[in-house]
Ligand binder design. Structure first.
Ligand code: MG
Length: 251
């Protein structure tokens, strides 16, 4: 059964989501050539824990070793922070962060360029961000889950990119992941109807090349099968009578 949130519960999630958004703002200026993904992870964890009651939700989740998932270039999601992974100019890094506060989870990701990136990479990042905005705009009462994916794909497809196979958004709130799944490609008016109080993570994962993926031998990191770069933006969003409410915002 899907848990629909009361206004009081949404306020708790918005407080956790604010910590998450501020964590992204804290990390963004730290991203530069020469920093390791481990250093970014440690900075994220310390920042989250500096807020009373907040913890990094991914730490130990299903056995994940990091506090956050940090994925570089062709790594789509679930990259393990490492002291050996040093960022260099021209890379893109995806900072996927979960926060748990007072029993409620929020989840959001940003893609950040390292130094100067090529115009093609800039276009990938911009397209992915715009596809998330389109998906959020479709997250309204009366629409269906499929309308969100259709809206995301209406931005990604015409740009000539693909969305990663089998990687989807999801219910988030009383647990870090659950049903319904929120695919990044969908048919309008298909899937579950969106109800007030439903909270979901909308998260397009967009590849310059093909949609196929594979998992590295570390059993976590999912990469594009063809090695092409991938971008990822994600927000936790509540469906409300007043329209989509983004819970992972700083203000
Ligand atoms: Mg996430």
């Amino acid at each position: 059964m899907i848990h629909l949130k009361s206004e009081r519960e949404l306020e708790i999630m918005a407080r956790g989501g604010r910590v998450l958004a501020l964590t992204h703002e804290h990390l963004r200026p730290l991203v530069h050539p020469g920093i390791s993904t481990q250093e970014l992870d440690e900075a994220a964890e310390a920042f989250i824990r500096s807020h009373a009651g907040a913890t990094p939700a991914f730490k130990g989740l299903y056995g994940f070793p990091g506090a956050t998932c940090i994925s570089v270039n062709e790594e789509i999601v679930h990259g393990i922070p490492s002291r050996k992974r040093i960022l260099k100019g021209g890379d893109i890094v995806k900072l996927d962060v979960g926060v748990k506060l007072e029993g409620y989870f929020t989840d959001a990701s940003i893609t950040v360029p390292v130094g100067t990136v090529t115009p093609e990479i800039e276009r990938l990042i911009d397209t992915t961000r715009r596809s998330l905005d389109a998906g959020i705009a479709a997250a309204v009462v009366g629409n269906h889950i499929g309308d969100i994916g259709a809206a995301i794909w209406s931005v990604v497809g015409p740009a000539g990119y693909t969305v990663a196979d089998d990687l989807v958004g999801h219910y988030v709130g009383t647990k870090p992941h659950g049903d319904p799944q929120v695919p990044n490609k969908g048919k309008p008016k298909r899937g579950m109807k969106l109800l007030p109080g439903l909270t979901i993570a909308i998260e397009p994962m967009v590849n310059i090349g093909g949609s196929a993926t594979r998992t590295l031998s570390d059993k976590w990191t999912i990469v594009t099968a063809d090695g092409s770069p991938s971008a990822h933006f994600e927000h936790t969003v509540a469906i409300t009578e007043a329209g989509p409410r983004v819970l992972t915002r700083a203000a």
